[in-house]
Write a protein that binds this ligand. Structure first.
Ligand code: NAP
Ligand code: MG
Length: 499
């Protein structure tokens, strides 16, 4: 493993080694520029802990410049014929696909995820997302509305859906390119202009995306990309008085800071936050499907996914069988550097995240949980944690209550359909949930009872660009993807005309 890790860059595509060889600048007003301060910061390869590239460190001054550029670009961009915006978005989707291998390797080196996953999921999904949103650019419509109350005479009333304006977008490190796409694509389809701040841990694919955005023909200033830290660049963007909306994906804790920062000019806010999603397996489920997919629900992307099926609930009668099956899967997962083609699960994104997850493991074991698979970090370099299955847990434990954002699942038995909804809803989060059963009435009844923005039945992490995605409770405000995703970048104007 370590030989491979050291040779990560040597093994990579020449376009990738060239890209990381020079300090990467930020994109403001169509120009690649250094930070006003001249500062840079390193991004790391989590498989080795070694520095991977230097990146311009944006802060308040750079955010100011980027917001000015986005404001300047807004009138022309928002009044462009929608078909032209659509064409550029589609072209960008094609360019992402053409550069799939380079983007996949860049994502793997920066984030740690297996190259196979970046190739099969992250990059194709990103390309498809731009093309899906390209379709919406020409379909954003108002309505003509008949009036009943207006006295005397006839009226013509209608609504216009207009772009919100300049939007600030702040994204996390777990799906760096996908998250950037989910933010940028609907905003551009709606006619907004953008300032994006990628996560400090994983800025590289967003910066490469900036080059492709230029190649696709988007005018200068329509998309500005300012890498930097959350407390400086991110906070300045969220608080900026000339930003009309802020869209954020990340932790619930930072989401609350975004809301406070946005209060100054009451900018619109949408939030995609954390989760502690219940995955519920009934005794009548197809266990051949449910067991491997329960493992996939928590171990996909190293567990660093907001929809991770981190609380697995299993009906008493099949509890032992499911625990055994998931544990067996966990033990069989090949942990290694993402660039190794054999790897099934990569390292966590950072030393900080490694510590966080290990602290949770310690706390769980100290409170009496038992690890039937994993339970430890891996020795040597890189930020590797074993896929972990915890039993003997109860709803009072930190590992059951809090989002771990790592490859750790707690498995708990339940009696029947009557107690499981309440047990599942016992969380401040409400992002995703899944139900495994052959009884369709039970499935639909539970789908209705679960306080969750997304419910999967007999599947898990079934995403589609056409399906609205977002959270109930403290998992967020608003929706991404689908029609709702693009509508969140518009506002409604009602026009009433006395004829
Ligand atoms: P995070 O600390 O909340 O960071 C997310 C983004 O916010 C990063 O770009 C970060 O910048 C920035 N940020 C940090 N402090 C800020 C501040 N005071 N003002 C403005 N921006 C600030 O979350 P993370 O640890 O990177 O990501 C993991 C979390 O995200 C998990 O809790 C997970 O559930 C959640 N998540 C949710 C979804 C979803 O769709 N619901 C998707 C993915 C992740 P820096 O990184 O540069 O500091
Ligand atoms: Mg990195």
């Amino acid at each position: 493993m370590s030989a491979m890790a050291q040779s990560d860059l040597v093994q990579s595509d020449v376009r990738v080694s060239t890209f990381v060889a020079v300090p990467r600048k930020m994109l403001i007003g169509g120009q690649w520029v250094e930070a006003a301060s001249g500062k840079t910061f390193p991004t790391y390869n989590p498989a080795t802990g070694e520095a991977l590239a230097d990146v311009a460190e944006g802060d308040k001054e750079d955010i100011d410049r980027a917001v000015r550029a986005a404001r300047q670009a807004f009138p022309a961009w928002s009044s462009l014929p929608p078909a032209l915006r659509s064409k550029m978005l589609w072209r960008l989707g094609d360019l992402i696909e053409e550069n799939l291998e380079e983007l996949a390797q860049l994502e793997t080196l920066d984030n740690g995820k297996p190259l196979s996953a970046a190739r099969a999921f992250d990059i194709p999904f990103t390309a498809d997302h731009f093309r899906y949103m390209a379709g919406w650019a020409t379909k954003i419509e108002g309505a003509s509305i008949p009036l009943s109350l207006a006295p005397g005479g006839s009226f013509h009333a209608y609504t216009l859906r207009e772009p919100v304006g300049v939007v600030g977008q702040i994204v996390p490190w777990n799906f760096p390119l996908v998250m950037a796409a989910w933010k940028i694509a609907p905003a551009l389809a709606a006619g907004c202009t953008v300032v994006l701040k990628p996560a400090e841990q994983t800025p590289l694919t967003a910066l490469r995306l900036g080059e492709l955005i230029q190649e696709a023909g988007f005018p200068a200033g329509v998309v500005n990309i300012v890498p930097g830290f959350g407390e400086t660049a991110g906070a300045a963007l969220a608080a900026h008085p000339d930003v009309d909306k802020v869209a954020f994906t990340g932790s619930t804790e930072v989401g609350k800071l975004i809301v406070q920062a946005a209060a100054g000019n009451l900018k619109k806010v949408t939030l995609e936050l954390g989760g502690k999603s219940p995955n519920i397996i009934f005794r009548d489920a197809d266990l051949e499907q449910a067991i491997p997919q329960a493992a996939g629900a928590i171990f996909f992307n190293q567990g660093e996914i907001c929809t991770a099926g981190s609380r697995l609930f299993v009906e008493h009668a099949v509890f032992d069988r499911v625990v055994e099956g998931v544990a067996e899967r966990a033990k069989a997962i090949r942990l290694g550097p993402g660039m190794d083609p054999e790897t099934e699960m990569g390292p966590l994104v950072s030393a900080e995240q490694l510590t966080r997850v290990c602290d949770y493991l310690e706390s769980g074991l100290a409170e009496g949980a038992e690890a039937v698979a994993g339970g430890r970090k891996q020795d040597g370099k890189g930020y590797f944690v074993e896929p972990t299955v915890l039993v003997n847990t109860n709803p009072g434990m930190k590992v059951v209550r809090e989002e771990i954002f790592g490859p750790v699942v707690t498995v708990m038995p339940f009696k029947d359909a009557d107690d499981i909804a309440a047990l599942s809803n016992e969380t401040v989060y409400g992002l995703a949930a899944a139900v495994w059963t052959r009884d369709i009435s039970k499935a639909h009844r539970l789908a209705s009872a679960l306080q969750s923005g997304n419910v999967w039945v007999n599947c898990y992490n079934a995403f589609d660009n056409a399906l609205p995605f977002g959270g109930y409770k403290q998992s967020g405000w608003g929706r991404e993807l689908g029609r709702e995703g693009v509508e969140q970048y518009t506002q409604t104007k009602t026009v009433c005309v006395k004829l």
